[in-house]
Design a protein. Structure first.
Length: 359
C-alpha cells in the first residue's frame, strides 16, 4: 500500500542559500558563479566548486525570477518554416549550441510557411517576453511585419533574408550554389536543363533560380523552368517534375531547388516508368541528412545548416546585449557534393526512349 497522503514527506526545494552554505561562499558569490554572464569575477576554482555543489544538491536557477529582476527572460524565440524538413534540425542544433553557451534557451515553433501563422507565432513568443527573435520562415510579403517586430526586440533572420530591410541576416551563398549546380550539369554534357523552383518570394530560391539560369545560359545550355512551387516539399517536387516531363523539350538534366523537391522528382520519374539517372539526371540543394542513402544517392549543393544556426545564435545574442551586429558578412559558402543522381549525358538512355515512354 502507498503512503497515506497525510504522512507524505514534502521535500523542500533547494535554495541558493543552501548552495552557498554547502560551498562555503557568500550567497552573492554563489549567484555570480552560477550565472554565465556574471561568473567572470569569481575564481575558476570557486566557480567549479559552486557549480559542483549546485548539481549535487539538485539546485536549479529560477529563470523567470531572474528575468523579472534583470528585465530579460534568457529565451530566444525561433520560428522555422517546416519542422518536418530534414534541413531544419542542423540549423536548430547550431543555434542551440550558441545559445546554451550564454545560458539561453530557444523557444521553437513553425509557421508551415504561412505568413499568417508566422504572425501568430511571433505574437505568442513576444507575449512570453522572449529577449530576441531568430526567424527562418520569412517571405517577401512579410517585410512590414518583420520591421515592426524590430521595434520591440532584436530580430535576426537566418537562411532567408529580406534585402533592403536593414534586418540582420545570416545566409548561405545561394547565388554561388546555383552556379555550382549549372556548371556541374554542363560539365556532364547536358545541353537541355530544367529548374524545379521553390517559392520565388523566398530569397534563397530566387537567388538559386536566377544564378542557375544565368550560368546555364552563359554556358550555352537551353535552360527553362516550370512554375514555382507553393511550398518546397516532396509533393511539390513530384508535381513540378510531372510538368517538366510533359514539356516536349525533353530536358536531360534537372535542378531541384531543395532536396525534398529532388526526392519528389525521383518519385515522379518512377511513376512514369523512368529512372534517375539513366533517363534524367537530378541535382538537389541542401545536402540533408541521409541524402547519401537515397536511391540513387543524391548529388546536391551542401548548405551548412549548423554553421548558419551557430552564426545566427551569435548574432542575436550580440543584438540582445546591445553590441553591433555585423552587416554584410560573407554568407556561408556553398559546396557541390557529387554522388550518383547526376551522370554524364552520354551514359543516359537515348532520348527516343524517353519520348516513346511519355505522352
Amino acid at each position: 500500500m502507498g503512503t497515506p497522503p497525510g504522512n507524505r514527506t514534502v521535500r523542500r526545494a533547494v535554495t541558493l542559500r543552501d548552495v552557498a552554505a554547502a560551498a562555503r561562499v557568500h550567497v552573492a558569490t554563489a549567484s555570480r558563479a552560477l550565472d554565465a554572464e556574471t561568473a567572470h569575477p569569481v575564481s575558476r576554482e570557486t566557480r567549479a566548486r559552486v557549480q559542483r555543489v549546485a548539481q549535487e544538491l539538485g539546485y536549479r536557477h529560477h529563470m523567470m525570477a531572474r528575468g523579472l529582476r534583470r528585465g530579460f527572460s534568457s529565451t530566444v524565440g525561433v520560428v522555422v518554416a517546416d519542422l518536418g524538413n530534414a534541413y531544419t534540425p542542423p540549423v536548430l542544433r547550431g543555434l542551440e549550441r550558441s545559445l546554451e553557451r550564454a545560458d539561453y534557451m530557444a523557444l521553437v515553433t513553425e509557421s508551415r510557411d504561412d505568413s499568417q501563422a508566422l504572425d501568430r507565432a511571433v505574437g505568442h513568443l513576444l507575449a512570453r517576453q522572449v529577449d530576441g527573435l531568430v526567424l527562418l520562415a520569412v517571405r517577401a510579403g512579410d517585410l512590414g511585419r518583420v520591421v515592426g517586430w524590430t521595434a520591440r526586440v532584436p530580430v535576426v533572420l537566418a537562411v532567408r533574408s529580406l534585402p533592403g530591410s536593414g534586418v540582420p541576416a545570416v545566409t548561405h551563398d545561394d547565388l554561388g550554389g546555383g552556379r555550382l549546380a549549372a556548371a556541374h550539369l554542363a560539365e556532364l554534357g547536358h545541353r537541355r536543363v530544367v529548374q524545379l523552383p521553390g517559392p520565388l518570394d523566398v530569397q534563397p530560391f530566387r537567388d538559386r533560380h536566377d544564378s542557375f539560369a544565368e550560368t546555364a545560359a552563359g554556358l550555352g545550355l537551353d535552360v527553362w523552368a516550370v512554375s514555382a512551387a507553393g511550398v518546397p516539399t516532396v509533393e511539390e517536387g513530384q508535381r513540378l517534375m510531372e510538368l517538366a516531363l510533359a514539356d516536349r523539350r525533353r530536358a536531360t538534366g534537372v535542378f531541384a531547388h531543395n532536396d525534398a523537391m529532388a526526392m519528389g522528382a525521383v518519385r515522379a520519374l518512377r511513376g512514369a516508368g523512368l529512372d534517375c539517372p539513366r533517363d534524367l539526371s537530378i541535382v538537389g540543394y541542401n545536402d540533408v541528412p541521409m541524402a547519401d542513402c537515397l536511391d540513387p544517392p543524391l548529388t546536391t549543393v551542401r548548405l551548412d545548416g549548423y554553421e548558419v544556426g551557430r552564426r545566427a545564435g551569435d548574432a542575436v545574442l550580440a543584438a540582445i546585449r546591445g553590441l553591433p551586429v555585423p552587416q554584410g558578412d560573407p554568407p556561408v559558402p556553398a559546396e557541390l557534393v557529387v554522388r550518383s543522381s547526376a551522370t554524364p549525358v552520354d551514359r543516359q538512355r537515348p532520348p527516343s526512349r524517353l519520348s516513346a515512354t511519355l505522352p
